[in-house]
Design a protein around this ligand. Structure first.
Ligand SMILES: C[S@@+](CC[C@H](N)C(=O)[O-])C[C@H]1O[C@@H](n2cnc3c(N)ncnc32)[C@H](O)[C@@H]1O
Length: 266
């Protein structure tokens, strides 16, 4: 599939159904290779929706917090948002609630089966789906009033942060806002231990009923390492972002990062 393919409803039929078998764990040295990440998510796509209820609703709540961190454009201007590593446009409902019917969203993901999960939203022309690398999107410069990314950072290698930050700066209009959220475990303590046990146990238990769900166990290693937040802040600063802020989201195991691209000098 072309990296710039614009996907619409009929696309779903042409996407092969992900294999129903446990995820092949990536080789240690290759955990963060794009091909490895893509094939992991190709495999997870069939059962990704169960992540929402395994989180007890927290994923949805964190997505709503991310949407709330984006300012509404002034006057009656529409919000135009690039959602990087969008999965099945999982942020779309929260963004729609925040910005209403004028909203336009371009959802970018390099896993066709993950994007295909968005087919039920894709009859809405305000949402376009692009099968592309988040580090080199097919969208024009200054296309967006805001840029989002939910839960995509943990599988992105730290070395790619400067490219991500530069692509975000390219896509945003001056004065545009970026908001990213990710699961970030506390460095130690009972809450970290409990969550790691939960993340390890649930795919095994669920896998007894639904073998494809065991693939979620592969996410544990990325959750354990988490994103490198100081490196991300440095990369955003180097790409020219200002007002870089970080906040822990309740109950403490997710982080919301926001930043602003400076306005053009008057
Ligand atoms: C954990 S899922 C998050 C999906 C969605 N944003 C959500 O809120 O649930 C991470 C997604 O990022 C995608 N992804 C990871 N690295 C990517 C990259 N370099 N370019 C495009 N998509 C990427 C994966 O295919 C996967 O769909």
């Amino acid at each position: 599939m072309s990296s710039t393919a614009l996907l619409a409803l009929p696309f779903q039929a042409s996407v092969p159904t992900p294999a129903v078998r446990p995820a092949a764990l990536p080789a240690r040295a290759g955990h963060y290779q794009p091909a490895c990440i893509r094939s992991l998510f190709d495999e997870l796509a069939a059962t990704y929706d169960c992540a929402a209820w395994l989180s007890g609703g927290l994923l949805g709540w964190w997505r709503a917090r991310l949407a709330a961190a984006l300012p509404r454009p002034p006057g009656s201007l529409p919000a135009v948002i690039v959602d990087l590593m969008a999965g099945g446009a999982d942020l779309w409902p929260a963004l729609r609630r925040r910005f209403g019917p004028g909203l336009r969203v371009a959802a970018i993901d390099f896993s066709a089966p993950m994007l295909a999960r968005a087919a039920h939203h894709a009859s809405n022309p305000a949402l376009t789906l692009h099968c592309a690398d988040a580090l080199a999107t097919p969208l024009p410069d200054a296309w967006a009033t805001a840029l989002t990314c939910a839960f995509g950072l943990k599988t992105l290698p730290t070395a790619a942060y400067p490219t991500l930050a530069a692509e975000a700066a390219r896509l945003l209009q001056p004065g545009g806002t970026l908001a990213l959220t990710e699961l970030v475990l506390l460095p130690s303590g009972w809450q970290r231990g409990l969550l790691l046990h939960y993340l390890a146990a649930m795919p095994r238990l669920l896998g007894r009923l639904w073998p494809a769900a065991t693939a979620h166990a592969a996410l544990l290693r990325y959750a354990r390492s988490g994103p490198d937040l100081p490196a991300l802040t440095m990369a955003l600063r180097a790409a020219g972002f200002e007002q870089i802020q970080q906040q822990r989201l309740w109950p403490g195991c997710a982080v919301l990062i926001s930043a602003r691209k400076p306005s053009e000098p008057l």
